[in-house]
Ligand binder design. Structure first.
Ligand code: AMP
Length: 190
């Protein structure tokens, strides 16, 4: 099964992806985690990425697409994957389809975790205060920009998948278990 988990920062994509990979025996591909690994390892890409991530802006599409292409052709993706935090621009979505087509693969479903903006801000502020390894981009200034970027660059991706009849929406304001159940229902797993 090949899935996309879609939603604004703080919607719970990472949390849900971790639950789903256990149940479905597939892998999680988080471009945010991959970039944070590069930052931690102080690679040239990591250095460039951290200056962009620290502002809450998006990494250029070419960099992201080359990371994704390498990742989804690895053998652990054979049984399927969940894309978490990707695609984040319409261009990324269209290019993903080109790559998948060349590999004779396709996305089965896109799941939008829908959460309103006030709740998001509360959640991220909470995540920042609780986390020992606080993410540098979890503060209110940067968060505001991440939400602006989401609304401007990422929301058009939803319409793209809607037009392809792949979009399913779950209510992300519910507790974690209920959100997982709703996602599994969408996947006909429950
Ligand atoms: P995330 O962990 O998914 O919230 O991503 C953290 C940050 O990494 C984002 O604010 C962006 O700066 C960058 N990033 C992650 N995924 C992408 C992507 N698909 N396209 C562009 N930038 C990304």
């Amino acid at each position: 099964m090949k899935l996309i988990l879609f939603g604004p920062p703080g919607a719970g994509k990472g949390t849900q992806a971790k639950i789903l990979i256990e149940k479905l025996n597939i892998v999680q591909i988080s471009t945010g985690d991959m970039l944070r690994d590069e930052v931690k390892s102080k690679t040239p890409l990591g250095k460039l990425a951290s200056s962009i991530m620290d502002k809450g802006d998006l990494i250029p599409d070419e960099i992201i697409m080359s990371m994704i292409e390498k990742r989804i052709t690895k053998s652990d993706c054979k049984n399927g994957f969940i894309l978490d935090g990707f695609p984040r621009t319409l261009n990324q979505a269209v290019e993903l389809d080109v790559i998948l087509k060349s590999l004779n693969l396709k996305i089965d479903k896109v799941i939008e975790i829908n959460v309103n903006e006030d709740l998001l801000i509360n959640r991220i502020v909470k995540r920042a205060s609780e986390s020992k390894t606080t993410r540098d981009d979890d503060n209110s200034e940067i968060l505001k920009n991440r939400i602006i970027v989401y609304n401007k660059d990422t929301l058009p991706v939803l319409d793209y998948y809607k037009s392809l009849n792949k979009l399913n929406t779950v209510d992300g304001t519910q507790d974690i278990d209920k959100v997982s159940k709703d996602i599994l229902k969408v996947l006909n797993w429950l």
